[in-house]
Design a protein around this ligand. Structure first.
Ligand SMILES: *[C@@H]1O[C@H](CO)[C@@H](O)[C@H](O)[C@H]1NC(C)=O
Ligand SMILES: *[C@@H]1O[C@H](CO)[C@@H](O)[C@H](O)[C@H]1NC(C)=O
Ligand SMILES: *[C@@H]1O[C@H](CO)[C@@H](O)[C@H](O)[C@H]1NC(C)=O
Ligand SMILES: *[C@@H]1O[C@H](CO)[C@@H](O)[C@H](O)[C@H]1NC(C)=O
Ligand SMILES: *[C@@H]1O[C@H](CO)[C@@H](O)[C@H](O)[C@H]1NC(C)=O
Length: 530
């Protein structure tokens, strides 16, 4: 207990934290959580933090402790933070500003990333055939539109050029609904797309179909998980034949994970069992809320946040049961389904669930998280006016400060209102190439909270750069960094992100309902030495 010798434990506060965990037992296993914490206190003595009175201040603070021998927990893809463009946007080329310089500029700041072109409408796409009916005008964003439509060679090529110029990698979702009389996938149209892509030297990764466990509900037609596994095998062979053997193939794109009937989990498990290592990552879709009924309070309610951990456990369970060892992508995800919650999913309110999803997913080994959506719907990161929404700013800050190396941050309860994660700092965020780590997260409470970072790796020369994100209102489209409204420069370049610089001996006060990136420069921890 060396580093805790002088610390007076605030027992009653600790107990109230336990009570809070008990209330969350539907979502997390609060009991085993606290037992593990107590074990760690006993066994390790150092790598534990809890709410207590800080030595340095009479004010109550939560201590975050990191061990010197901090192990690397995981290494995610460099495209960990990725985003989607819903296939419904391909219905009407005029609605998608892929030739607009400002739009491309905003997309480029999120690189490296996947641009996933997928969604319900992916299973309605016919490549180049019947090209005379493309003059149809479509309802801008109708997630329920399941009419078939044409994707022209020209538009497909423009879409690819947009991803190439924005330094993004295209992940294209092929139509699995084109089927033979025997209900097998008819790949002839997909073959046209893949051959066309190869002919234009496009570097693309692939998927087949969207939310297949819900096909009965959406299309009044079913494809069994076993059949889909065979269809994926067919696609893998096709890709190999046409020259895409090094392309990644991901699936099965299931949804409704965590529902009481567990059909999404069973479908995923059955699919994994029946495919013979033809997919590189197991993919599923995640939404916390129904966009039509979601209320502003839902966006800061820890119970809503905690759904994610339960759902990830379910997919891990399905993967384990299938006998396969495949890492996971959350390949389509946002706060609320049905196109997002109006004036919430694309406002400051939506940023907390997004940042927590990034932090939690990385901490449990998810390789890629694909945000629905860069553009379109009520959950867009970029508005119809081509100006950034708060989630675009959070994502840019994430790319700036957070690397793919995930560290083990010990917190007393990361399932309540104080939720924090640690990574090595991204190269973009380093100062004089000094090793650094970034602790990021949020205070969902409507009261300020104090935190204090400790560890014997903290030296005299260590400096903490603090970036606190707030807004005047949860429904605000504006977001402030250290009190300054974030705004692009008139030439479209990023504004300077000015930190508040403090010493590690100082306590950090998080304002009510705020997020923070805490970059600790001169933190010489083995996984972060570059
Ligand atoms: C769309 O195309 C598929 C595959 O040919 C077909 O089965 C389906 O009936 C078509 N849907 C509509 C609404 O026409
Ligand atoms: C697959 O679709 C193509 C194009 O519509 C058609 O010519 C072919 O007969 C179909 N193949 C099978 C096996 O259904
Ligand atoms: C669903 O398809 C079946 C035939 O496969 C048909 O009898 C039924 O009317 C369809 N249901 C709807 C709601 O379209
Ligand atoms: C994991 O899968 C097994 C086998 O299907 C099932 O019995 C168990 O309830 C699942 N556990 C969880 C936490 O879902
Ligand atoms: C969203 O906010 C705008 C103004 O900012 C308002 O015009 C619109 O009616 C709001 N939409 C909903 C569904 O509340």
């Amino acid at each position: 207990m060396s580093s805790f010798d002088n610390i007076l434990w605030n027992k009653s506060k600790y107990q109230s934290l336990e009570q809070q965990q008990q209330q969350n037992t539907n979502y997390v296993n609060g009991n085993s959580q606290s037992i593990i914490t107590l074990l760690l206190i006993g066994l390790l003595g150092t790598a534990v933090i809890t709410t207590m009175w800080s030595i340095h201040s009479p004010t109550k603070a939560t201590i975050f402790l990191i061990d010197t021998k901090l192990p690397m927990l995981h290494k995610t893809s460099t495209r960990f933070l990725s985003f989607g463009l819903d296939s419904s946007l391909l219905r009407d080329p005029k609605t998608l500003p892929i030739n607009n310089e400002a739009f491309m500029n905003l997309a480029k700041y999120l690189s490296p990333a996947y641009a996933r072109i997928g969604g319900t409408s992916a299973d309605c796409i016919f490549f180049k055939q019947n090209s005379d009916d493309i003059s149809r005008t479509y309802d801008k964003f109708d997630p329920n539109d399941i009419t078939n439509f044409t994707l022209t060679e020209e538009f497909y090529l423009n879409l690819y050029k947009f991803t190439e110029k924005s330094k993004l990698k295209m992940l294209f979702d092929l139509n699995v609904m084109i089927r033979t009389d025997q209900n097998e996938w008819n790949s002839s149209n997909a073959k046209d797309i893949i051959e066309f892509s190869k002919g234009h030297s496009m570097d693309i990764d692939w998927q087949l179909g969207n939310e297949p466990n819900s096909f009965k509900h959406v299309f009044n037609r079913s494809i069994s998980a076993t059949q889909l596994a065979h269809d994926y095998q067919h696609l893998r062979n096709l890709l190999n034949d046409i020259g895409y053997s090094s392309s990644i193939l991901v699936g099965p794109e299931t949804n409704h994970i965590g529902d009481s009937n567990e059909r999404g989990e069973m479908y995923t498990e059955e699919f994994l069992k029946n495919q013979d290592n033809c997919i590189d990552f197991v993919t599923w879709h995640q939404y916390y809320l129904n966009g039509r009924i979601a209320k502003v309070d839902d966006f800061i309610n820890p119970k809503v946040f905690n759904q994610l951990s339960a759902e990830i456990k379910q997919i891990n369970n399905a993967t384990k049961n299938s006998g396969k060892n495949i890492k996971m992508w959350i390949s389509e995800t946002s706060t609320a389904y049905g196109g997002g919650a109006p004036n919430l999913s694309d406002r400051f309110a939506g940023t907390f669930l997004w940042l927590d999803k990034l932090g939690y997913s990385a901490s449990v080994g998810v390789d890629v998280v694909i945000r629905q959506s860069l553009f379109g719907g009520n959950y867009a990161m970029i508005g119809n006016d081509l100006l950034p929404n708060p989630d675009w700013w959070i994502s840019v800050l994430y790319k700036q400060f957070v690397s793919e190396i995930v560290l083990d941050l010990k917190t007393p309860n990361n399932f309540g209102t104080l939720r924090f994660y640690a990574h090595c700092t991204a190269k973009l965020g380093l100062v004089n190439r000094l090793p650094a780590l970034t602790i990021y997260g949020m205070n969902l409470d409507n009261k300020p909270k104090n935190i204090f970072i400790q560890g014997n790796w903290i030296k005299k020369k260590t400096n903490i750069f603090l970036y606190i994100l707030t807004a005047d209102d949860l429904t605000s489209r504006e977001i402030k960094l250290n009190g300054e409204k974030l705004k692009l420069n008139s030439d479209g370049s990023l504004p300077p992100f000015n930190p508040v610089i403090i010493k590690p001996t100082q306590m950090i006060t998080l304002p009510p309902i705020s997020m923070a990136f805490i970059v600790i420069h001169g933190a010489d921890i083995p996984p972060c030495r570059s």
